[in-house]
Design a protein around this ligand. Structure first.
Ligand code: FMN
Length: 377
């Protein structure tokens, strides 16, 4: 595929932000690859700060996939993200901690409290991956009669995110005065309950603790449909994409940024992270051979069951050639992630140090002020 010089420029001058999903997306499904016992949390596997501090990895995501057939083939470790990330927060100091939270199967004020808590516990490293939840299986798990349709889920999501951010703004930054002489801990004049009454949600009441270090945990979104991009344009600061080609990736970003501008926001404050699945090797041929071997290890049953489960009009393709090619050009064939980052880090494409303490610092995102209308309320 031919690229325009504009695309080449974008790749040459932008630094990569690398994120890693905690859940396993490599679908080997081969018997020999299955551990005997379920592996308990990811703490031992990720050795948090040792690898991540210098390698520039700064985001971890997780989700709540619940298709039963997968348990036959893949170890299932989809623990509650906030619990896992809170545990990770205690043993790390820099890495960003992004958890998935469903707008269809949560209550907004409660979700706001949980993510703001994570932001406090981690010293400002929390992010919320806003999902509307694709799988209809979730409805039964949550005791709902039916899984809402796509348009309905996104309509709710807009209101949901609005409530969440209002709850995060319920304390002004300087509300805590700690005035010992007068026995005043916080200035109640700087607390502003959301008082939200919408079509889908009602929420009143301030959060039961001060504003979190980042003001708002970083808002992340991965919807690929036009409704998904619309939600991202309105709220997201980091957008995952799964484009099938370099041209599609560029078009996705251009469309998103045009909608961000139309929504009155700054596109420079909305980063795009295309998904990629990396197969490592010392040479291109070695990596290709390894990728083929992994494909062969996948059981045929798993292959068709997975195809049935994931088939749909806009199937998410994790083996994204766009990002793989972009990353490949930047790093060349590599034997390890460390080599990928260190080996050609001189080319300036990968960061080798964190820019600051918070996830917003790492990503170059501004800290949001308490919205004026809320501060006046
Ligand atoms: C890179 C990437 C990561 C995603 N991670 C999650 C996740 O952790 N949890 C989840 O429920 N959905 C996840 N999704 C699915 C999206 O939230 C979304 O439902 C999907 O892309 C379909 O988009 P649409 O609902 O706008 O059609 C992810 C999608 C992509 C492309």
């Amino acid at each position: 595929m031919k690229e325009s010089s504009h695309e080449r420029t974008a790749i040459a001058f932008q630094r990569f932000h690398l994120a890693e999903r905690l859940s396993r997306v490599r679908v080997a499904g081969g018997r020999r690859r299955c551990p005997r016992r379920p592996r308990a949390p990811l703490l031992h596997r990720h050795r948090p700060d040792r690898r991540t501090r210098s390698d520039g990895f700064d985001l971890l995501a997780d989700n709540i996939a619940i298709a039963e057939y997968r348990a036959t083939y893949l170890p299932q470790t989809q623990f509650d993200p906030i619990s896992v990330l809170s545990a990770l927060a205690a043993v790390t100091s820099r890495i960003g901690l992004i958890g998935t939270g469903s707008t269809t199967y949560s209550k907004p004020w409660e979700l706001a409290r949980r993510f703001a808590t994570l932001d406090h516990l981690s010293g400002g490293r929390a992010g919320w991956n806003i999902v509307t939840t694709v799988t209809p299986l979730a409805a039964a798990a949550f005791g709902e009669a039916a899984h809402p349709g796509h348009a309905d889920r996104y309509a709710r999501a807009h209101e949901f995110v609005d409530v969440v951010t209002r709850a995060w703004d319920s304390w002004e930054d300087d509300a805590v005065v700690g005035d010992r002489e007068n026995g005043v801990w916080a200035d109640r004049g700087k607390l502003h309950a959301p008082r939200f009454h919408g079509q889908y949600y009602d929420a009143e009441g301030v959060l039961p603790f001060p504003r979190s270090p980042q003001g708002h945990p970083v808002l992340v979104q991965a919807g690929q449909s036009s409704a998904g991009v619309g939600l991202a344009a309105r709220y997201a600061e980091l957008v995952f994409s799964g484009p099938p080609s370099l041209a599609a990736a560029a078009a996705f970003r251009a469309d998103l940024h045009a909608q961000v501008t139309a929504a009155g926001r700054d596109p420079a404050q909305v980063l795009v992270l295309p998904a990629l699945m990396v197969t490592l090797g010392g040479t291109e041929a070695e990596a290709q051979a390894r990728a083929r071997r992994l494909e062969e290890l996948m059981s045929p049953e798993f292959r068709w069951q997975n195809a049935l489960y994931t088939a749909g009009p806009r199937r998410f393709r994790p083996g994204c050639s766009t990002a793989r090619r972009a990353l490949g050009r930047a790093a060349g064939p590599v034997k390890s992630r460390r080599a990928a980052v260190r080996g050609r880090a001189g080319a300036g494409r990968f960061r080798t140090e964190y820019a600051g303490q918070t996830l917003r610092d790492h990503l170059g995102l501004q800290r949001p002020a308490v919205r004026a209308s809320q501060a006046r309320s």
